[in-house]
Design a binder for this molecule. Structure first.
Ligand code: NAD
Ligand code: UFG
Length: 340
């Protein structure tokens, strides 16, 4: 199937492109490169032996996207394109609503005008807010988001659901990701954050490689076994494979579906430090800092619905997640910038 991968040069998108090729699909990447590097295209070529068509196009650029749809005629879109830095979204809400909401509305309009009504959307565990219960199932009520980024995900779920309800020709899958970490086993692709990493694993690997002194653990007084925050970390390659499985579900008449993609296991911040040290033999010094505003204590899912209905289950454990994150960081200390 020809699939337009919006945001396909980013962390999760690039790994998904590789898995799509492995499964016999024809991905086309559309990305404005706001948070990605062209270098990823050559890494994809090295891993897969395939040259993937690439368009440097913004999802708010109607004419640019129209040209891509005319040229490529995709059957489905996997939509990763968005801004995702939680703290930045609090400081720059307009930019987040414009990029994520205006962008998605424009993308969806161009899709329907071109007769493409199949979309898989990157949503997030953040839509559950402070979850009403764990493990979180898909029917757990959505919660109050603590930042504009989270609201864009929650609102876009509503938008896509309403569009599907009004026009049953649409097939919409909302994938709620938990915490993707890890990297491609080749060490050629991974997460390449700009500046100070917001997320735990890139910070851990930057401490391990000597770019930062120590990890700052945000709070050790949560109601969790060791007091630090508990999350459901999932290997990015497993997450990518989840999209390949979801594509099979995008059949005519499939309507609207929602799936959690996680492992179902919760690890604390200190569990991650310990597992990383054991898997890599590299020590990660840390200090305990105050809690980070907006953080919750515990978030992990039940991924049983995805297993039952998509035939998907995460294969990699925390050891592989740590080993692969480390291989990527060690081989590319400055991310894709190391190669340019
Ligand atoms: P990423 O920043 O690496 O990838 C997003 C890509 O979209 C980037 O390559 C960026 O350049 C591109 N992009 C952004 N705005 C665009 C626009 N207006 N037009 C075209 N391209 C644009 O992020 P990621 O971690 O790969 O996340 C992918 C998606 O999954 C995002 O929508 C994110 O919100 C969502 N998500 C991520 C996580 C996570 O922890 N990484 C968790 C839940 C959901
Ligand atoms: N943490 C630290 N130090 C750091 C970074 C994080 O102690 O330097 C802690 C956090 O307090 C939290 C845990 O590590 O307890 C995980 O934090 P992340 O920032 O890696 O991930 P979050 O769960 O806060 O959020 C991430 C994405 C969101 C997404 C959410 C659920 O940033 O966009 O996962 O998918 F919505």
């Amino acid at each position: 199937m020809k699939i337009l991968v919006a945001g396909g040069a980013g962390f999760i998108g690039s790994h998904t492109v590789v898995e799509l090729i492995g499964a016999g699909h024809e991905p086309v990447i559309m990305d404005n490169l706001y948070n990605a590097s062209r270098e990823v295209l050559s890494r994809i070529r090295t891993i897969t032996g395939r040259e993937v068509p690439f368009y440097q196009t913004d999802i708010r650029d109607r004419e640019g996207m129209e040209a891509v749809f005319q040229a490529e005629k995709p059957e489905a879109v996997i939509h990763f394109a968005g801004l995702k830095a939680v703290g930045e979204s609090v400081r720059r809400p307009w930019e987040y609503y414009d990029n994520n909401i205006t962008g998605t509305l424009t993308l969806v309009d161009v899709m329907r005008k071109n007769g493409c009504k199949n979309i898989i959307f990157s949503s997030s565990a953040t839509v559950y807010g402070d979850p009403a219960f764990v493990p979180i199932t898909e029917d757990c009520p959505k919660g109050q988001c603590t930042n504009p980024y989270g609201w864009t995900k929650s609102m876009l779920e509503q938008v896509l659901g309403d569009i599907q309800a009004a026009d049953p020709e649409w097939n919409v899958i909302l994938l709620r990701y938990f915490n993707p970490i890890g990297a491609h086993a080749s060490g050629l692709m991974g997460e390449s954050p700009n500046g100070i990493p917001n997320n735990l694993m890139p910070y851990v690997t930057q401490v391990a490689v000597g770019k930062r002194d120590r990890l700052h653990v945000f709070g050790d007084n949560y109601d969790t076994p060791d007091g630090t925050g508990v999350r459901d970390y999932i290997h990015v390659v497993d997450l990518a494979k989840g999209h390949v499985c979801a594509l099979k579900k995008l059949a005519p008449g499939s309507g609207l579906s929602i799936y959690n993609l996680g492992t179902g296991h919760g690890y604390s911040v200190l569990d991650i430090v310990k597992n990383f040290e054991e898997a890599t033999g590299v020590s990660v010094p840390y200090v305990i800092d105050p809690r980070r505003e907006g953080d919750i204590a515990t978030c992990y899912c039940s991924a049983e619905k995805a297993e039952r209905e998509l035939g998907w289950k995460a294969q990699f454990g925390i050891r592989e997640m740590c080993e692969d994150s480390w291989r990527w960081q060690k081989n590319n200390p400055d991310g894709y910038e190391s190669a340019t």
